[in-house]
Design a protein around this ligand. Sequence first.
Ligand SMILES: NC(=O)c1ccc[n+]([C@@H]2O[C@H](COP(=O)([O-])OP(=O)(O)OC[C@H]3O[C@@H](n4cnc5c(N)ncnc54)[C@H](OP(=O)(O)O)[C@@H]3O)[C@@H](O)[C@H]2O)c1
Length: 242
Amino acid sequence: MKSSMPDNKKKSYAIITGASRGIGFYTAKLFLKKAYSVINISRSECLLPGVLNWLVDLSDSKSIDEIKIKLSKKMKNEKNIFCLVHNAMRLWRDDVSSLDVNELRHLLELGLIAPIRLNQLFLPCMAEGSSVIYIGSTLSEKAIPNTASYVIQKHAVAGLMRSSCQDWVGSGIHTACICPGFTDTAMLQDHVGLISLEKIAERTAAKRLITPKEVARLIYFCAKNPIINGSLIHAHLGQLES
Ligand SMILES: NC(=O)c1ccc[n+]([C@@H]2O[C@H](COP(=O)([O-])OP(=O)(O)OC[C@H]3O[C@@H](n4cnc5c(N)ncnc54)[C@H](OP(=O)(O)O)[C@@H]3O)[C@@H](O)[C@H]2O)c1
C-alpha cells in the first residue's frame, strides 16, 4: 500500500547562491547545523567545513551549464528535499537616465536569469516539501534615488516569486521572497561608503542593524513552513521612511 507519510529516507539539501559571505554564509551555517547537505554557488569559496562549493560566476550565462553537469554527477534520478535560496547579488549606484544597459544585462543575468535557470534545473529533483526562497529587499516594493539597476532586479525577483507560487500549484514546493532592511554585511558597508553604520542603524525603529544570522533564521523558518507560500516578507526592524 502506498504510504502518505513523508519519506524519511530522503536527503535534505540547501542550495545557496552567494554563501561565500554575508547572509548566504550564515544561511549555510544554519542549514548545516540542521543536518542539511549544503552547496554554495558563488565565485569564491564558502569556508565552512562540510559545504560543497560549486564555483561559478552567475552573471556568465555559461555558468548554469557547468552547474548542470555538476548536478547530474551528484544526483541520480531520485527526488529529495531541497531548499534553493536565490541570494547572490551585487549593488552599485546608477540612475535611470544614465544607466549602462550592458551593466544592467549583466546584473539581471546574475539576479534574475540565473534564478530562473537554476529553478528549471533543480525543480525535477525536488520532492514535496521543498522550497525556493528569493532574497529581495525593502527595494522590492519601493525605490530610492541612484540605485536603479538594483531596484529593478529586486522588483523583478518579487514578481518571479509570485509567478513561481502560481505556476507550481500541486508540486508541493512553496516559495517566499524575504526582504531584509539594513543588514550588517560587506554589501551594506561598501554601499554606504563614508557614512558610518551607526548612522544607518539610526534609520530603523530598533536603532540597530539586522544581523545576517537573523535573516538566515527567517530563511530557515520559511523553508520549514509551507503555509508561507507566495509570500513577500519584509524584515527591516521598522525602517524609517524619512
Ligand atoms: N546587506 C543588506 O543590507 C541587504 C539588504 C537587503 C537585501 N540584501 C540582499 O541580501 C542578499 C545577500 O547580500 P549580502 O548583504 O549578504 O551581500 P554580500 O555580503 O556582498 O554577499 C553577496 C554574495 O553574492 C555572491 N555573488 C556576487 N556576485 C556574484 C556572481 N557574479 N556570481 C556568483 N555569486 C556572486 C558573493 O560571492 P562571490 O563574491 O564569492 O562570488 C557573495 O557570496 C543580496 O541579494 C542582497 O541584495 C542585502
